[in-house]
Design a protein around this ligand. Structure first.
Ligand code: NAP
Length: 284
């Protein structure tokens, strides 16, 4: 049973708009309960144009920290006084922590989530082993590209509908990343070790991306960051082709682990199956 709220309860949460669909409260509160930590994790939906005011209200240290999701990941970076190199490289933050001196620190754990999901669901996958294609050039893609380059990927091919956005991400990341138009996806998939969907195409019943996954080698791992639905059209196609797949739910759980540590000062307990809880919440 969840420990009662006390005078010492540590409060953290997630800010997004909309946010009611977020699985983060389910994941963090299950970990808190299993670990017997006197803490709670709640969801906030600040007004879209008042994020700065919302964050200022917490500079007193009222809460330990916040995860940040759409549409606040970019503005979250700009309100922070201290920015980690990986948040800087991703140009977005998904984690804010509040210091006792009123300063806000920004970090980005999406890259940890991405690499953790690949390690968990595609054992033996080595980011250093060859080129990797990332579909998309938004905040999620930029974080992924930065994490993959930092993990030693020899080349990351950023494939996007709007080529200029892919070029901007490649330019920001520097050597190791190249931009490709979406209609040249077949060429971009040639010889890759992984194809990672970081677009929002395929989200919640919308049509998936029409890309020739068969152009990727049979050994390539296919990953989708989307977790609603858990089996996206993109992953369904990959499974049909017999490719190994990695899903967005695993990434969500893995990016939450370092946030939990930052908020509550302990690693998440291993003896609670948050993936099973999240799958149930997703109707799986
Ligand atoms: P974003 O900034 O809005 O970027 C969206 C990207 O998708 C852009 O590159 C856009 O291309 C592309 N796109 C959208 N619809 C498309 C279509 N019909 N055809 C081709 N390309 C299309 O979004 P984001 O914040 O990067 O997030 C992207 C996805 O990653 C979301 O679904 C989000 O839920 C997921 N995500 C998951 C996790 C996790 O932990 N599992 C973490 C972060 C993000 P243009 O540039 O041409 O518009």
């Amino acid at each position: 049973m969840k420990p009662p709220i006390t005078g010492r309860t540590i409060v953290a949460g997630v800010a997004g708009n909309p946010v009611a669909h977020s699985l983060s409260p389910l994941i963090h509160n299950a970990w808190l309960e299993a670990a017997g930590i006197d803490g709670v994790y709640v969801a906030f939906a600040p007004d879209a144009d008042r994020f700065e005011v919302f964050v200022d209200a917490f500079r007193s240290g009222a809460i330990r920290g916040l995860n940040v999701t759409t549409p606040f990941k970019e503005v979250a970076l700009s309100v922070a006084e201290v920015v980690s190199p990986r948040a800087e490289m991703a140009a977005a933050a998904n984690l804010l922590t509040f210091g006792t001196d009123g300063r806000v620190s920004a970090d980005n754990t999406d890259g940890i989530g991405l690499l953790g999901a690949l390690a968990a669901q595609a054992p033996g996958f080595d980011p250093k082993a060859g080129p990797i294609a990332v579909l998309g050039a938004g905040g999620a893609a930029r974080g992924a590209v930065a994490a993959l380059v930092a993990a030693g990927a020899p080349q990351v091919r950023i494939v996007n509908r709007t080529l200029a956005r892919a070029e901007a991400v490649a330019g920001a990341v520097g050597a190791g990343a190249v931009a490709c138009p979406l209609d040249a996806a077949a060429e971009a998939f040639d010889g890759v070790t992984a194809v990672i969907n970081a677009t929002s195409a395929g989200l919640s019943g919308q049509p998936g991306l029409d890309v020739p996954l068969e152009a990727a080698p049979e050994t390539a791992v296919i990953m989708d960051m989307i977790y609603k639905p858990l089996e996206t059209p993109f992953l369904a196609e990959a499974r049909k082709l017999g490719r190994r797949t990695v899903d967005g739910l695993e990434m969500l759980i893995r990016q939450a682990e370092p946030s939990f540590q930052a908020f509550y000062g302990a690693a998440p307990p291993a003896d609670v199956d948050v993936r099973a809880l999240a799958m149930k919440a997703l109707g799986q």
